[in-house]
Design a protein around this ligand. Structure first.
Ligand code: ADP
Ligand code: MG
Length: 695
């Protein structure tokens, strides 16, 4: 049995030992393999060795010379000491200074040749040249031992009691003793097609780059060696997704053989005709539903693009074949909204629908279990609780960007391979969708229903409240309705924010002749329902709310939204909120009221909001502002962590990695001919999903 690199404990590497091994564990370095993939976060160019007489103050410079003095100096009037090393290279003198490290003296001998690398400055009163805390190294050892100076030097994230310099030594020793044992798991033709160098040389050059490599490229992670390491992670990720997807497509599902009578009836009942994007998406859904394999499809479409109708059509296909559907939303209020919006249509088509959320009292569990009810609308609890269906054929998950690969796997176990349709209104950049939803088929509704005019967005300061009130008054006079959104329900001493409750009172005073109502998450569902119904019927002019209306709420006559404390909201949240207006033919507007002082990020978010209404562009900006970790958040749950690849920086490599992975799995679904690759893959996905067992 060949030893794997992870079988070598780090403790036994030269210069480590048990104490440092414990420190390295904090950096998640337990073995040789971990150390090899603990990559520098930046590189310093210390290649250019200069004569002391030629060096410039204020710059990072490297010099080589002989030690001519090494002494500890007591600072006057204090207990501090400075260790001073004086070095000469024949052209001049320079001093290295180390504060409070008297023990350094022991390390240097007069006449010894050293390399110093550091930022140069002038000494006291402008006399002489100095470096504070320079990197140092003895030139007398064999040449390739120069790892801290006179080369491109890797800089690692260190930890308490373990310096970057010590880490550099340890990693150097790891590479020296074990690099030759690195085997390359990626098939050669894949490397060739993508112009990627071998693994061992890529590891070496990502730590200790050859002299001729461009430091800027290194610092931007653009060298072929670094790209290769990122590629590997993306490739592993995509291989896993390819296997998951392949496994699913081999499962047996329901073949829905609907004629389409119910769908046709629905289309005749609707006051509009479908956009071509909706038709395309539905045809893709229909094809999946008719196939004997379970559907796992994602519909991506911006807010207001009309995803719900498409989902409803899928429900009708299932119903026509005698199957029940579950329609799940992330919040109670959204489930209620869906129920309100569709129950009349559904009942007119002769189907039975019910709402099932935590706060619904009379739960028609028996009717669900006996199959009398065709469509159950509810929250996720719907599938988690012990609700039993007679014949569950379709699960629709709305607005569910928080659903990871893992949860989807759990979901599949709940029923007999029902078809699953996921709808998301959080547009994510395509490359990201490819990985996040990599195990799903994807339909995109990239067209808004006709007659929509983009929402005008304007930014206001605190001092401009009067203009805001005037805008609201004139909108209501023209027959429009207004949402006013607050970040919190109630004010508190701790956070100095305007609250929805205060806001409602204030607005009632400003607009005594208008109907102002309040809706928030702490109200009883029946109260909320009746407020929403009144708003929909036009009985309410101004609806004050919290973010409970963030997703799914659909009142086409609402044509203005004021977001108070807009600086407090995230970009995708602002976009979702704004999506509540501009849903009818009326020119709509969104007023962002921001309270000073604004942070840099808040300013950028608000600026993006006023510049564009395109959800995909907003998502890209959001990703850029927040970085991938934050952006993905829990959405990524179930996915293996990427420690090297960065989905933004390395985005251009996602597609090639995916293409290669999917075609390899097509060829050799169990990687029988690629044992090394299979082993790496299992390690990469370890504990996430037993990828080779699904299917
Ligand atoms: P989404 O869920 O994608 O945000 P909805 O499904 O809630 O969007 O649809 C938004 C609004 O547009 C609803 O009022 C819906 O009735 C309407 N709608 C959907 N499709 C069309 C269409 N093709 N033409 C006109 N209006 C449509
Ligand atoms: Mg929706």
């Amino acid at each position: 049995m060949v030893k794997d690199l992870s079988d070598y404990e780090i403790q036994y590497i030269k210069g480590v030992g048990p104490r440092r091994a414990a420190l390295l564990k904090r950096l998640n370095i337990r073995n040789v393999r971990d150390a090899m993939f603990y990559l520098p976060y930046r590189y310093e160019d210390r290649r250019n060795i200069k004569k002391i007489r030629d060096i410039n103050s204020g710059f990072l410079q490297t010099v080589v010379g002989k030690v001519i003095a090494a002494e500890v100096i007591d600072l006057p009037h204090s207990r501090h000491k400075i260790f001073e090393l004086t070095v000469s290279d024949g052209s001049g003198l320079i001093k290295g200074k180390w504060f409070n490290q008297p023990f350094m003296k022991k390390r240097f001998k007069i006449g010894q040749e050293v390399v110093l690398s550091g930022v140069v400055k002038y000494g006291y009163r402008g006399i002489g040249l100095e470096m504070d805390n320079p990197e140092y190294e003895f030139a007398s050892d064999d040449e390739d031992a120069l790892i801290h100076t006179a080369r491109i030097v890797p800089v690692y994230r260190a930890t308490e009691n373990l310096s970057c310099r010590q880490l550099r030594n340890i990693i150097f020793n790891v590479l020296k003793t074990h690099l030759h044992e690195v085997t390359d798991p990626v098939p050669e033709d894949i490397l060739r097609r993508n112009n990627l160098p071998g693994l061992a040389e890529s590891i070496m050059n990502s730590h200790f780059p050859q002299a001729d490599i461009d430091v800027d490229s290194l610092n931007n992670w653009r060298t072929d060696y670094q790209r290769r390491l990122s590629f590997d992670e993306l490739f592993m990720l995509e291989l896993g997704l390819a296997i998951l997807k392949k496994g699913k497509s081999r499962q047996k599902g329901i073949e829905f053989n609907a004629k389409g009578t119910l769908v046709e009836k629905l289309l005749r009942m609707l006051p509009f005709s479908l956009t071509s994007a909706q038709k395309r998406a539905f045809n893709e859904v229909l094809k999946d539903m008719r196939s004997p394999y379970p559907m796992h499809r994602l519909i991506q479409g911006d807010v207001g693009s009309g995803k719900t109708v498409v989902a409803l059509m899928a429900v009708l296909v299932a119903a026509e074949c005698g199957y029940q559907s579950a329609f799940m939303a992330p919040t109670e209020i959204l489930a209620e909204q869906h129920y309100i919006n569709i129950h009349r249509l559904v009942e007119d088509l002769g189907l039975k629908i019910c709402l099932l959320t935590g706060s619904v009292k009379d739960r028609p569990l028996d009717e669900i279990a006996s199959g009398k009810i065709d469509l159950v609308v509810g929250t996720h609890a719907l599938i988690q609780e012990s609700v039993r269906f007679e014949k569950l054929g379709l699960i629709v998950i709305d607005e569910q960007h928080r659903f990871g690969v893992m949860q989807r796997a759990v979901l599949r176990k709940k029923a007999l391979n029902p078809d699953v349709l996921i709808m998301t209104a959080t547009p994510i950049p395509r490359t990201l969708a490819m990985t996040l939803y990599g195990d799903l088929d994807c339909s995109v509704i990239d067209e808004l229903p006709p007659g929509r005019t983009p929402v005008k967005t304007m930014l206001f300061k605190q001092s401009e409240k009067k203009q805001i009130y005037e805008a609201i008054a004139s909108e209501v006079r023209k027959g429009g309705q207004v949402y006013v959104v607050y970040p919190v329900i109630e004010g508190s001493e701790k956070v100095n924010l305007k609250s929805a409750i205060m806001g409602k009172e204030a607005l009632e005073k400003v607009f005594p002749d208008m109907t102002v109502a309040l809706i928030h998450g702490r109200m009883k569902p029946q109260e909320r329902e009746s407020v929403m119904a009144d708003f929909k019927d036009g009985k309410i002019d101004i609806l004050v709310s919290t973010t409970v209306i963030e997703v799914g709420v659909d009142v086409p006559n609402a044509s203005m939204m004021l977001i108070v404390h807009a600086e407090r909201f995230g970009l995708s949240q602002l976009h979702q909120l704004r999506g509540r207006v501009g849903r009818g033919n009326r020119q709509s507007s969104c007023l962002l009221l921001a309270y000073e002082p604004l942070g840099e990020e808040a300013r950028r978010r608000l600026d993006v909001m006023t510049r564009t209404t395109d959800g995909f562009r907003i998502a890209e900006e959001d990703l850029d502002i927040r970085g991938p970790g934050e952006f993905l958040g829990t959405r990524q749950s179930g996915m293996p962590d990427l420690s090297i690849a960065n989905l933004v920086r390395d985005s251009m490599m996602i597609e090639p990695a995916r293409t290669e992975a999917f075609s390899l799995i097509e060829q050799d679904p169990e990687l029988k001919n690629f044992p090394a690759l299979k082993a790496s893959l299992e390690r990469f996905w370890h504990g996430k999903i037993e990828i080779f067992k699904t299917g």
